[in-house]
Design a protein around this ligand. Sequence first.
Ligand SMILES: Nc1ncnc2c1ncn2[C@@H]1O[C@H](COP(=O)(O)OP(=O)(O)OP(=O)(O)O)[C@@H](O)[C@H]1O
Length: 816
Amino acid sequence: MSQEHQDPDLHALSDEGGKIVAEELDILRRIQERLEREAQNAPGQIEDLDAQLIELRDALAEAKEEDQASLVEQMHQVAALSRTRGQGRDAPVDPNNPYFGHLRLREAKSKRLRDVLVGKRTLLDDGDGLSIVDWRNAPVSRLYYRYEEDDEYEEEFDSRSLEGTVMIRRSVAVMESSLRRVSAPQGTFVSDRRGRWRDAVGAAKPMLEGGVGTAVRVPQGQLGVHGDDDQPRADKHLQEITALIDKEQFNLITQPESGIVLIQGGAGSGKTTVALHRVAYLAYQDRRRFAPSKMLIMVFNEALVEYIRHVLPALGIDGVPVTTYRKWSTQLLRKLKLRIPISHIDGVPDAVSRFKKHPVVLRMIDDRIGWQLEEAEELLKKRLGERAGAEAAFAVWKRNTDLPPVVRAERTLDQIKADVSIPGPARAAAETALRAIRDDLRDVCDDWLELMTDSDALRTALREYAPGAFNDADVATIVRWCAAKAELDEEPEPEERDEDEPDEPRSEPSIDSEPAPPKGEAEPEGEDGEGDAPLPARTRMGHHSVGLDPEDDAILLRLLQRKYGGLFLGGKRFEYEHIVIDEAQDLAPLEVRVLLDCATDGQSVTIAGDRAQKMIFDNGFVDWPQLLGDAGLPHVAIQPLKITYRSTRQVMELSRFVLGPLHSPEDALIAREGAPVGYYQFGDTGEAVAFLAEALRALIQREPTASCALVTRYPQQADVYYDALRIAEVPKLRRVGRQDFSFTPGIDVTDIRQVKGLEFDYVVLLDPTSQNYPEVIESRHLLHIGATRAAHQLWMVCSGPPSKLIPEDLIVASLE
Ligand SMILES: Nc1ncnc2c1ncn2[C@@H]1O[C@H](COP(=O)(O)OP(=O)(O)OP(=O)(O)O)[C@@H](O)[C@H]1O
């Protein structure tokens, strides 16, 4: 039911709170009345925006100086509205949820007061001083995102300065036509469905100044702190993150369209949020260039693909492809129709995988192309000999130095063919040589194979570019494993598959090919040398190394890019106007480089990541400067996001402790207060299950809309907990094993590799024992990732000797 049909009850609010809410209710009523009037009076009528623009322009010509800036701003709004017309984006303002921000501005010159509402659509001022601006319409929305209440503002609008004071700045939540929340500097006020208003608990937003709300006290042993209407938490219902984007985030979102924006931020600081809003912002600024199909969002796993696909429509950018690197590269290679079948195997030996992701491969590709060009030149010279015209023919080749090698050979061939000033015999000799050169340069499959099987060249490159990174045994393993791939050349090309067809089961990153839990000793570190081990598990399981390794994709794509000057499909360059690379720390520099070279001129790219959340440990990533250098971008500035929005201070403190030396102590912790992290020690799994079952049943009863993740180290352990909790009749229980999260309320039982990038109200880390999380770098990263998935509360339930990565005082407190 809409708020206008019921009398709001403001009695529980202070005078100031009551005044603020009454004011917002009045504004919403006026907007809704206007929308209703417009819908009734002129159904289907499209405003004549051109006429309005002309009217405004005329008015501007005669306007007094103090009125000019606001007229220019109105023209901006009309122009923005007119730009979006006919592009499926001219949907009217949604009366159920018309806006999410409110600014009251007092213009410096005219002293006039105006109420500007910020939403997802535009509604022009019809004379009553109320308008809605689209948040992506930067000139106006900048005021909302950049200024606080009482700030003086000065912004340029079409080279005119707009100055004044922000009298009011509030964020509001309108749900199903009713005002449900108002956040102002004076407080946050929330209403229940019946229109009863009250102050929110735990409403304070984490701020750089360190201002935080009151700690939420939770009785020990009780999971869940909020969620019912009697104790509404302001942050529980925040669906409109767009309303809450902070100044730093907004500055990143609205960075110039060209160039690379690299965002480094801790867990839950809004990196993905910023990247997605940037895509929406760019699409709004230039709909034609940044059409959804011309952009790409690259994420870490299938769960994130699913999640992001769900949020794109709300941002107005439905249709932007969202994918994982592996899926993208596989589909692309299939379309590029190389002469080897593009199908993958896994079980690649560590040394091979590590080598193929190592930046040394980028150098080796460049060197190889350099030699090939030198050889090509020798061949051309030799064939031309001393005959008349040889010099002229050779000069054509030299003139084309800047072209990519294959294009250079083709262009030179065409030019020489057409150049009748070169005597016939020289032309013929050059043509024969250039055809051979071109055919040789074109064959990237040979390059790829030779790069990894020429052990002398391999040793020399490793000695020069990566001394100490690989030992002799590694080289032997690499050569042996890769040599078997020569058979690929002889296999017939498989039938072409449909773009939407699911990928082959084994071609995904090895997210679910986690080894079994260790039986006795701690798991060895992945980085340890492979030694002279026999060929790996796959061989024993009946597979062999014929088939591409997942890491080969980027190598083949890079070879094509270097040799052809880009990737070409059907004669057209395959490229994107904007690329988002999320969780970039888990890509190899080579993979990043391939993606960057798929961006159109100007390289409009957003890279987001967090060095503390590394999950792939053999990809050659050390830190951003090194990744950028390896990927050919040494001068990109790293833009930090410093406020933690997802997790509480308590969760973040634990997560930082877990990181140990991997955490930079100079990074201040800015996060809201929350419930203490709970650590519960049990003698065995049965006891832990009994405790958990009770807590979870109570949670689901109290907070039916809560999302909770129970996270083990290994998938097999998740099976055990799931089976036991099911027997204990815990409701809404799901076993998630292959990234198939439903993003609906309930309890997901899963392993730690599945939850990367995701968010849950509650997280319970199951069995953080020393065996599951030994004191090694990988455990630190994994435990950090698991803990920081929690938005409200984190528990650890442990039925074995606790990991050394868990703070001693937490364990001691639990025993008291
Ligand atoms: N300015 C903001 N105000 C309130 N909430 C925010 C803000 N920015 C982001 N959030 C919320 O914080 C949470 C974390 O955001 P997001 O997933 O973008 O972070 P991230 O940095 O990508 O996290 P991670 O690296 O851990 O995956 C989300 O719930 C998001 O909606």
